[in-house]
Ligand binder design. Structure first.
Ligand SMILES: Cc1ncc(COP(=O)(O)O)c(C=O)c1O
Length: 443
C-alpha cells in the first residue's frame, strides 16, 4: 500500500486524474481517503480490506486490554503432581480441572504408551471412514456401562459433543431452553441450531416451567450444566427432570465437572441424585477433566446414539480421537470407579478450603464442588490478584466477562486430589494477605 499527497484533488478531479483513478479501479485497485483529506491511499482491494480489518482488530484488542479483559496464555514447561513450572518458576496449580490427578497417573500414562504402540498416534480418519478402532469401541461400551445407559458415543472434544448433539436434535421450529450460566458450548449449540432459543435465569426452575409450558409445534429440549463450570454450584436436576417429563421435553445434562467427582462410583450428579436414564435421557461427559485424558461422550438410548451417528456434523466430519487416548481413558475409567479414596481426599480438601476461607471472610460462592470461586467483581482487580498469587507461588486464573457476567470477575480456584493439606493452608494464607491489602486500600 502507498500513500500519495495529491493537492490537485483538493478541488475535485481533473479529467486526467479521473481517468487515472478509473484505470486503477479497473485493475482491482482502490483509493481511500484516510485522516488527511489530501492524502490518498492507493492499494489493492485486498490490501485495503486487510488494513480495515486489522485496524478493527487492533481497536478491539486495545479495548479489551484497557478493560482488564485481555486474555493471555501461560506456557507450562513441565508438570509434577500439582506442581507446574511457568517462566522458570515452580507453582502449585490451583486452576486445573484434573480433579482426581489422573492426568499424571502412571497407569494411565503406561496405557497411553501401550495404546500408541498398538494403534499408532493418530486415528487417521473420521469414525465413519476408518478411524473407529477397537479401543474407541471398547471405551464406548465401558462408558455406557458406567453411566447405566444403553450406549455411548465418543466425540473429539466436549465442545463438539455439545454442539453436535444439540444441532442434530433441534432445528427451526423446535425450542431450546438453557440456563443462563450454561457453558459456552451449550449456548453456541442452541444459537447455531436455528431453533427458538430461550435462556432462563440461573437455576430458576419456576421461570423455566413457565417457558416450557407454552404450547409449540416443534420438539422441546432443556439443556443444563450439571455442576456449573464457573460457579461450582449444581443444577436442580430432579426439578428439571419433572418439568421435562410434564412438558414432553428432552433433558440434556452436561456433567463435565460432576463425572468422576460426584456419586459413589464417580457417576456424577446423576448418580448422586439417583436419576435414571429415563430422568436424564441425554447425558454428556468430558474426559479431559476428572478422567485426566481428552475427549468427550454422549450417553443415552440406542436410538439417540444412532441418530447422532447419522446426523451429528461435529461427529461425522472430523478425525476420530487418537485411539491411544481412548485406550488410556479406559484405564482411567477403572481408576475412577475403583479408587474411591481419590474422591474422599478431594472432598476433605474442599471441606478444609471452605472452612479456612470462611474463617478469613473470603467472598466464596455457594459451591460444594472442587470449583471454589472467590468473587472479586472488578476485572482489573481480579487480574492483579491472580498476578499476586503467581508471585507468591500459585497458579490461579482470573475469570472475567464475557465468560462470567459483568461485575462478577473472580478467581476460579479448583482443587484436586493431588493437593496436600499444607498446599491449601499456604494458598489460604496468600489469599488472606492479598484480600487484606485490597480491603485496607478500599478504606
Ligand atoms: C461444562 C463444560 N462443558 C463442556 C466443556 C468443553 O469440553 P472440552 O474442553 O472437552 O471441549 C467444558 C470445558 O471446557 C465445560 O466446562
Amino acid at each position: 500500500m502507498i500513500a500519495i499527497d495529491v493537492p490537485s484533488i483538493k478541488n475535485g478531479y481533473n479529467s486526467l486524474s479521473k481517468r487515472f483513478f478509473i484505470s486503477l479501479l479497473h485493475k482491482n485497485t482502490i483509493q481511500k481517503q484516510v485522516q488527511n483529506p489530501h492524502r490518498w491511499w492507493f492499494c489493492t482491494k485486498n490490501t485495503f480490506i486487510k488494513k480495515m480489518t486489522s485496524d478493527k482488530l487492533l481497536n478491539h484488542l486495545h479495548t479489551r486490554q484497557s478493560a482488564g479483559l485481555y486474555r493471555t496464555r501461560k506456557t507450562i514447561h513441565n508438570q509434577k503432581n500439582a506442581h507446574v513450572t511457568v517462566q522458570g518458576k515452580t507453582l502449585i496449580n490451583f486452576c486445573s480441572n484434573d480433579y482426581l490427578g489422573l492426568s499424571v497417573n502412571e497407569t494411565v500414562i503406561a496405557a497411553l504408551q501401550k495404546g500408541a504402540e498398538k494403534f499408532g498416534v493418530g486415528s487417521g480418519s473420521a469414525h465413519l471412514i476408518c478411524g473407529h478402532s477397537s479401543a474407541h469401541h471398547a471405551l464406548e461400551e465401558a462408558l455406557a456401562d458406567f453411566t447405566g445407559r444403553e450406549r455411548s458415543l465418543l466425540f473429539s472434544t466436549g465442545y463438539m459433543a455439545n454442539l453436535g448433539t444439540i444441532t442434530a436434535l433441534c432445528k427451526q421450529g423446535d425450542s431450546i431452553f438453557e440456563d443462563k450460566l450454561n457453558h459456552a458450548s451449550l449456548l453456541d449449540g442452541g444459537l447455531f441450531s436455528g431453533a427458538r432459543f430461550r435462556r432462563y435465569p440461573h437455576n430458576d426452575t419456576q421461570r423455566l416451567s413457565q417457558l416450557v409450558s407454552t404450547p409449540t409445534e416443534g420438539e422441546k429440549l432443556i439443556v443444563t450444566d450439571g455442576v456449573f463450570s464457573m460457579d461450582g454450584d449444581v443444577a436442580d436436576l430432579r426439578a428439571l427432570s419433572d418439568i421435562a417429563q410434564k412438558n414432553a421435553a428432552w433433558l440434556m445434562v452436561d456433567d463435565a465437572h460432576g463425572l468422576g467427582v460426584l456419586g459413589k462410583t464417580g457417576g456424577g450428579l446423576v448418580e448422586e441424585l439417583q436419576l435414571s436414564a429415563n430422568d436424564v435421557p441425554i447425558l454428556m461427559g468430558t474426559l479431559g477433566k476428572a478422567f485426566g485424558t481428552f475427549g468427550a461422550f454422549i450417553a443415552g438410548s440406542n436410538t439417540l446414539i444412532e441418530s447422532l451417528i447419522q446426523s451429528s456434523r461435529a461427529y461425522i466430519y472430523t478425525t476420530a480421537l487418537p485411539p491411544a487416548i481412548a485406550y488410556a481413558t479406559h484405564a482411567s475409567l477403572k481408576i475412577v470407579t475403583q479408587e474411591t479414596w481419590r474422591r474422599e481426599t478431594l472432598q476433605a480438601l474442599i471441606t478444609q478450603f471452605k472452612a479456612g476461607a470462611t474463617q478469613l471472610n473470603l467472598p466464596l460462592m455457594p459451591s460444594n464442588s472442587p470449583i471454589q470461586p472467590v468473587l472479586v467483581g472488578d476485572s482489573i482487580r481480579a487480574l492483579q490478584m491472580s498476578e499476586q498469587l503467581f508471585a507468591a507461588g500459585f497458579l490461579v486464573s482470573a475469570i472475567r466477562p464475557p465468560t462470567v457476567p459483568q461485575g462478577k470477575a473472580r478467581l476460579r480456584i479448583t482443587l484436586s486430589a493431588l493437593h496436600q493439606p499444607h498446599d491449601i493452608n499456604r494458598l489460604l494464607d496468600a489469599l488472606a494477605t492479598i484480600h487484606r491489602s485490597y480491603s485496607c486500600n478500599a478504606k
